[in-house]
Design a protein around this ligand. Structure first.
Ligand code: ADP
Ligand code: ZN
Length: 603
């Protein structure tokens, strides 16, 4: 009898299951319903693909993104699996052909867009075929709170009603508990077994820098990462375009992506990112859901995301393949002010606004923490982790702290004395005793806080204010103009009852030096490739690119970076050695074995 492990190794070329894959697969093969919560890159697809290959009949995979179905199906063809998709991108004849194969029982997997699935015609077709299972991918699309909400997802209960004997497996990478609850309820999965994996992404290195000269900081981050694919997230469409243009001027292959671009341009840019090696996409958060590209080596944020959930999801698009990846962010207090304005000016209810503000606070606390970022991030999602991770900026390069009690008192009194009506720029002018018109006309040059802050420079004061906001001692006004007011928490500090330790702002020189190091923002290539290995590495990538071009498929569909990297390390000399490499199943060995053995021999 064929086991799940046989399929894993013969078809997909992997030697062992990851995490809970095996238990999910056993459960679904046995006919049970499952709800699978696994982080991006956790290996969700195999959880339904292997049962689909083991059970009789056709598996129906509901997937919200028609743009990506084709790549998913192509990836299965490469493994020698019979699969197809049905969505509005297919012409009539092609559609009829897929339906014919479906009815003839010739498909192991059929990917279908939800609106198509729900048509009376398709429901009727399904009634005439043996079905092995329903997989509902990106199941969080049932939640109207996320920005991926798809109303059709709510009608998917019809599958259960019409085909009660067919097992269902719902999958999502959404980490927050309310959304999980909503999925169970909306998809009627109360009786499904839940498989919840750890949401840790150990291969992603988190680092956060304070925004100073963002473009230069981005440039320094990108140095040494030439040829790697990455995503640069910006808040506004304008900034997306500006950044992409600037990067192109710097010699980076960058393309913009946001919802305001013409559909054809948008899809062309996305295709380039998916298919070519080493494209950097500058994007708003409109970009990303369902981007299956496994070799995204970094995600950079030039602006704060809206919440830690958003940060986790967006950074999670890096390193699906398990190889080292970077999540890098530059942020400043202005970002916070902008987001606070967004919230304030939105049409949402007061309750909703309060919730969004508290999410923003959590994000800010995360950005300012001097402790392990991974512990904080996972802790936010309810996952306790005993040890610091050793793979975030704070672990690798612990930030020095200083007794900032006195400075905090100065900053807080300055806010108080000036009437809690000003933003950081002005407050710093007062502290530093800047004799300008605005200060003079307000008669703030006569206050006792005027000019008492000379021991720190403007940048250091910005750091103090930012951290006071993050610690909840100061709050930006809810109107969102950026002025700061005191909170209750500020009292004990003002009265001298509470000492305060803050992170020291690195001075410019130090920062420049540490950029060269291996710490946060250092010039670290994600894959360790020695100079003498470069020619072989490039030859392997070229061979892959050529095969991909010939077939018009993304390069990673042929082999993942991880597989090429293993070839580089192991230097297999014959088919048997090649077959032992992770990611090379029977079909790929047959199709590409000779090509790659030749590249390896010529090296
Ligand atoms: P998800 O959908 O959970 O984000 P995928 O199903 O796309 O993740 O899998 C992420 C990557 O990990 C894919 O490239 C896949 O081929 C690979 N993968 C999945 N399971 C295994 C495994 N057991 N061993 C090795 N690689 C795996
Ligand atoms: Zn850490």
């Amino acid at each position: 009898m064929t086991t799940p492990l046989d399929i894993l190794s013969n078809v997909f070329g992997y030697s062992a299951f990851r995490g809970r894959q095996q238990s999910v697969i056993d459960h679904v093969v046995g006919g049970g319903d499952a709800m699978v919560l696994m982080p991006t890159g956790g290996g969700k697809s195999l959880c339904y693909q292997i049962p689909a290959l083991l059970r009789p009949g056709t598996a129906i995979v509901v997937s919200p993104l028609i743009a990506l179905m084709q790549d998913q199906v192509e990836a299965l063809h490469q493994f020698g699996v019979s699969a197809a998709f049905l969505n509005s991108s297919l012409e009539g004849a092609a559609q009829a052909e897929v339906e014919r194969r479906f009815l003839g029982g010739g498909l192991k997997l059929l990917y279908v867009a939800p609106e198509r699935l729900l048509t009376g015609r398709f429901l009727e077709l399904m009634g005439r075929v043996e079905l092995s299972l329903f997989a509902i991918d990106e199941a969080h699309c049932v939640s109207q709170w996320g920005h991926d909400f798809r109303p059709e997802y709510r009608q998917l209960t019809v599958l259960h009603e019409r085909f009660p004997e067919v097992p269902r497996i719902a999958l999502t990478a959404t980490a927050d508990t309310p959304t999980r609850g909503e999925i169970v309820e909306r998809l009627a999965l109360q009786d499904a077994e839940q498989f919840i994996a750890s949401f840790d992404r150990p291969n992603i290195r988190y680092s956060i820098v304070h925004k100073d000269q963002p473009k230069q900081q981005l440039k320094a981050f990108l140095k040494g990462r030439e040829g790697e694919s990455g995503i640069v997230y910006c808040l506004s469409r304008r900034k997306v375009e500006e950044t992409a243009e600037w990067l192109v001027g710097q010699g980076v292959s960058a393309v913009p992506y946001h919802a305001g671009l013409e559909a054809a341009t948008r899809s062309a840019n996305q295709q380039r990112f998916l298919r070519e090696d080493g494209i950097v996409v500058c994007a708003t958060i409109a970009f990303g859901m369902g981007i299956d590209k496994p070799d995204v080596r970094f995600v950079a944020h030039l602006d704060l995301p809206k919440s830690l959930e958003g940060y986790y999801q967006e950074t999670g698009r890096a390193g699906r393949d398990g190889l080292p990846a970077e999540a890098w962010m530059a942020y400043g207090l202005n970002d916070l002010v902008t987001l606070a304005q967004f919230i304030q000016r939105s049409e949402a209810s007061e309750e909703r606004k309060r919730l969004e503000r508290s999410k923003l606070d959590a994000l800010l606390a995360f950005a300012e923490t001097t402790a392990c970022r991974r512990q904080r991030l996972l802790g936010y999602f309810g996952e306790e982790r005993a040890e610091p991770c050793g793979n975030c900026d704070n672990c690798l390069d612990p930030p020095p702290t200083w007794d900032a009690t006195e400075a905090a008192q100065m900053a807080l009194s300055c806010v108080y004395r000036t009437g809690q009506r000003y933003g950081t720029g002005y407050l710093i002018d007062v502290l530093l005793g800047k004799d300008n018109d605005r200060v003079r006309s307000n008669e703030h040059d006569s206050l006792n806080v005027f000019g008492i802050g000379g021991e720190l420079d403007a940048r250091q004061w910005r750091g103090v204010f930012r951290q006071l906001v993050a610690a909840g001692l100061l709050a930006p006004d809810t109107e969102g103009y950026g002025s700061l007011r005191l909170t209750e928490e500020a009292r004990p500090v003002l009265r001298g009852e509470r000492a305060l330790h803050l992170r020291r702002e690195p001075d410019r020189l130090q920062r420049r030096a540490s950029r060269r190091g291996s710490g946060a923002g250092g010039e670290r290539r994600s894959l360790e490739i020695a100079a003498h290995e470069e020619p072989l590495w490039n030859a392997l990538r070229e061979a892959r690119a050529r095969l991909a071009r010939e077939q018009g498929v993304p390069a990673y569909v042929i082999f993942h970076d991880a597989t090429l990297y293993a070839m580089l390390r192991e230097r297999p000399e014959d088919r048997e050695a090649l077959a032992a490499i992770s990611g090379i199943g029977e079909r790929k060995l047959e199709r590409y074995g000779e090509d790659f053995l030749k590249v390896l021999q010529d090296a």
